[in-house]
Design a protein around this ligand. Structure first.
Ligand code: B3K
Ligand code: ZN
Length: 870
């Protein structure tokens, strides 16, 4: 796992097609936690001259047979990473026997054991940890898999596809199952699961009338917690038929929940494997945010069946082809389920919180990168979220009809292949007749474009008109000094005091600048630009406070009504931060009062739904604000947020209390969007009231905490109590722990709450948590709950001026790296923000990164550390 040689860089320009086609694969597994034996039979045909190169990683080769003849050691070359065989005929059968040790596999890639059950994770390069194979996405084959294991410990034996045989041997002590997947797939979509499970079963009848049994496999006792996931799955299957004409193909569909998983979930053909945190939920123990995530991730993995599995990627550089498109599909699904405006606001908040910082920092890379050391490091917000934005722009530019036709063309012409971004874009050129060559720049160029909009008065044939100038510029990113103009669809509208003046317009800015004339000179209006966030860009306008307030009140585009408040809040937080940094107490000014008053109107306006109100009353994230400033003290940014929340609360105190009480009554738990909106607004009111640090919020929070019948309310009350401080809070934390200690998903939440607290003993308190009985450094969920939340949600201790927070964090990441490099590398990514911090903190983080590099870390961590340092 350690790097002893210089890491090799894989380049897009070096792509060569495979020399061999694998006609079929037969895999035979004899499962044993410490010594699993894998026998693989490959039927192979030659495509081009050259050797057969099979990948392998940390597995022991036992034997290789070519057309039934045992090969001698001198007949092949075996290195740490490859098995290479030369002088092969055009058609042959290769039989390989090897073993692996799933119980000792702490990387959670390949075949491993979680909670006594076998499971696999093969994307991107995990299959090579199971057997020797051309582990690349452009080698597609049909797999038949035989799994054998002791019946008592492993009553369920699962693999991709349809079960074609099963039985017992050894007088019933051992049993086996044979699975066949008729759809050619790359090795990264292979899956195998064995163990004891409870089942939740249902079915779905497809548009052509086929009844598909659906099964979710969970830990014993958890079946009822999978009901929402099952419901989400059925809605996703229906939606994909209606929105994209895509029908499910195999005879059954299965999902398995596992507790130890490196990320959210995996789309293995017919056998999705999920992190239990993204599958299991009930009202008592899961928050509304958990339900929302489950719905979207279940949909996402299901949608991959067409965008990823039926059509896969030629190489890992094309990752956005399946991820960006599938994220776009799941966002559209969620918008249909929960409301388009609210969904768009949430998606843009996430984009600004994670992708914009990535695109502006040392790890910036194009949506289709052109080189990598470890592909695991490229499952990024840029590939996923910016990748989805590109598809959204394509739809805006082409219109819904041509977009859908292009998708149909893509599905029809490329089914069963490993495709490229060029082939994908060509489908839309074919459907629309448009030249999309400039659009391809979005895939090649890193960095978020800046759009500047200015208004000037001019005269055209003696009529006075306003000329709107749109300009674009993308700043240099690492390795890309000069940038070309990209295609920016800008949806905009003029808004007066009585509402919009004219229809919304679409201006396509594909050069450095363009002008549009507007015959509105003399009229009072404000510009609502980038409605629905029609392009992933940073907008600069001469918008005044008055403009922002006019849009907050009158913009018919709900997204931009929210956005007007956000941009004002961002500016306010920026100047508050500067005041705090220079030791001055900020003074409320007209902009601040206007903003607070406008939010009060939003709160009281019966036209808006509760979800929208809750989002409007939420100020921009610290990360978002830091992106808008050249450099800042992150603790000052956080204090500025506290200050702004207090100002909002001061303005609307009585209305917040009244709204809180009006929304309090809970009937039986309902995870739907409307009920979740009530809870979101109620808890937002409570939290805002707590910003005042007076006697109002505490009794409300205490009684909510004691009476809560759902996790959203319970956790919000606990966080509010923490914000208020005081003697009671430690007891509440303890009560919460005792109440939930048998539920690992809730204990993850408890760790996340502890990690975000302003403990009086400082970073030591966080270090103590790593010694807590319930802390398990081998479990990624727990590690992320503690370390991820510490770095992202505890500005006071993580960014402590002494550097103790960074020091502790680095130690933990290095410790994690010895077990699980991909999770460690992802955690280390939080340092990408360093250039936006003050100089003292910049130096501290740089020293930490140098320390990481010196420690000879894994390739994953080395790549992130060296790129972050720059
Ligand atoms: N395709 C997987 C992600 C695999 C991550 C590998 N490091 C889940 C998803 O995006 O749907
Ligand atoms: Zn995905």
């Amino acid at each position: 796992m350690r790097t002893d040689t210089a890491p090799t860089v894989t380049k897009l320009s070096d792509y060569t097609p495979p020399n061999f086609k694998i006609e079929s694969v037969y895999l035979d597994f004899d499962l044993d936690p410490k010594n699993t034996v894998v026998r693989s039979t490959l039927k192979v045909s030659r495509l081009a001259a050259g050797p057969l190169t099979l990948d392998g990683d940390e597995i022991s080769l036992k034997s290789v047979k070519l057309d039934g003849r045992l090969l001698k050691r001198s007949d092949y070359k075996l290195t740490q990473a490859h098995l290479i065989i030369d002088d092969l005929p055009n058609h042959f059968t290769l039989e390989i026997e090897n073993s692996c040790n799933p119980a000792a596999n702490s990387t959670l890639m390949g075949l491993y054991v979680s909670g006594g059950r076998f499971c696999t994770q093969c994307e991107a390069e995990g299959f090579r940890r199971i057997t020797y194979y051309p582990d690349r996405p452009d080698v597609l084959s049909v797999f038949t898999v035989r799994v054998q294991a002791p019946l008592k410990d492993y009553p369920h034996l699962l693999a991709n596809g349809n079960m074609i045989d099963s039985g017992s041997i050894d007088g019933g002590k051992t049993h086996f199952a044979v699975w066949e997947d008729p759809f050619p797939k790359p090795a990264y979509l292979f899956a195998l699961v064995a163990g004891q499970f409870d089942l939740l079963e249902d079915s779905f009848t497809t548009m052509s009338g086929r009844e598909i049994p659906l099964t979710i496999y969970v830990d014993p006792g958890d079946a009822h917690r999978a009901e929402y996931a099952m419901d989400s799955l059925i809605r996703s299957m229906k939606w994909d038929e209606e929105a994209f004409g895509r029908e499910y193909d195999l005879a059954r569909f299965m999902i398995v929940a596992v507790r130890d998983f490196n990320f959210g979930a995996m789309e293995n053909k017919g056998l999705n494997i999920f992190n239990s945190a993204l599958l299991l939920a009930d009202g008592e123990s899961a928050t509304d945010m958990n339900f929302e995530r489950i719905e979207s991730v279940v949909a996402h993995e299901y949608f991959h069946n067409w965008t990823g599995n039926r059509i896969t990627c030629r190489d890992w550089f094309q990752l956005c082809l399946k991820e960006g498109f599938t994220v776009f599909r799941d966002q559209e699904f969620s918008a249909d389920q929960r409301g388009a405006a609210v969904q768009r606001i949430k998606d843009v908040r996430a984009l600004r919180g994670r992708q914009f910082p990535e695109d502006a920092g040392p790890l910036a890379h194009p949506v289709r990168p052109n080189q990598y050391v470890k592909i695991d490091n490229f499952y990024t917000a840029t590939i996923y979220e910016k990748g989805a934005e590109l598809i959204r722009m394509l739809k805006t530019l082409l219109g819904a009809e041509a977009f859908r036709k292009g998708c149909d063309h893509y599905f029809e012409t490329l089914d069963g292949t490993a495709a490229t971004v060029e082939q994908f874009i060509a489908s839309f050129e074919a459907s629309s007749g448009k030249d999309l060559s400039q659009f391809m720049r979005w895939y090649e160029q890193a960095g978020t474009p800046h759009i500047k909009v200015t208004r000037t008065r001019s005269s055209e044939s003696n009529v006075s008109v306003d000329v709107i100038t749109f300009e674009q510029k993308t700043l240099p990113t690492p390795g890309q000094k000069t940038k070309k103009p990209v295609v920016l669809p800008i949806k905009w509208q003029a808004i007066g005091d009585d509402g919009p003046i004219g229809e919304a317009q679409l201006t396509v800015l594909d050069a450095a600048q363009t002008h549009v004339s507007l015959p509105l000179a003399g009229k009072e209006y404000s510009l609502s630009i980038l409605q629905d966030f029609s392009a992933p860009a940073i907008l600069h306008t001469d918008q005044t406070t008055e403009d922002a307030l006019r849009l907050m009140a009158n913009d018919p585009n709900a997204f931009n009504r929210w956005e007007a408040g956000q941009s004002l809040a961002r500016k306010l937080m920026g100047s508050l931060t500067k005041a705090i940094e220079s030791g001055k107490m900020p003074e409320p000014d007209t902009a601040l009062r206007g903003y607070a008053r406008a939010l009060k109107h939003t709160l009281l306006d019966a036209e808006f739904d509760n979800n929208f109100k809750a989002l409007a009353l939420t100020i921009p994230s610290n990360m978002d604000v830091m992106q808008s400033l050249p450099q800042s003290d992150p603790i000052a940014v956080n204090l500025a947020g506290d200050w702004l929340n207090r100002a909002i609360s001061d303005e609307s105190k009585t209305d917040l209390i009244e709204t809180y009480h009006a929304l309090k009554d809970e009937g039986p738990f309902d995870p739907g969007a409307a009920a979740a909106g009530r809870r979101a607004l109620k808890n937002r009111c409570l939290n805002l009231l707590a910003s005042r640090q007076d006697a109002i919020a505490a009794p409300l929070a205490i009684s909510q905490f004691n009476a809560a019948t759902n996790m959203t309310d319970e956790l919000s009350a606990l966080l509010t109590l923490d914000k208020l401080g005081g003697r009671r809070v430690d007891q509440s934390m303890e009560d919460f722990y005792v109440k939930w200690k048998a539920n690992p998903l809730v204990i993850d939440k408890w760790f996340a709450v502890q990690a975000g607290r302003k403990h009086p003993s400082g970073v030591d308190a966080i270090e103590q948590l790593t010694k807590h009985d319930a802390y398990d450094p081998r479990n990624p969920n727990r590690v992320r709950a503690l370390l991820g939340s510490f770095a992202m949600s505890n500005p006071h201790l993580f960014h402590d001026a002494s550097g103790a927070g960074y020091n502790f964090f680095t130690e933990q990441v290095l410790d994690m790296d010895s077990r699980n490099p991909s999770v460690a590398a992802r955690l280390l990514g939080v340092y990408e923000i360093w250039r936006k911090l003050d100089t003292a903190r910049q130096d501290q983080i740089k020293a930490q990164l140098r320390r990481v590099i010196k420690s000879k870390p894994s390739k994953n961590v080395l790549e992130i550390a060296s790129k972050t340092l720059g």
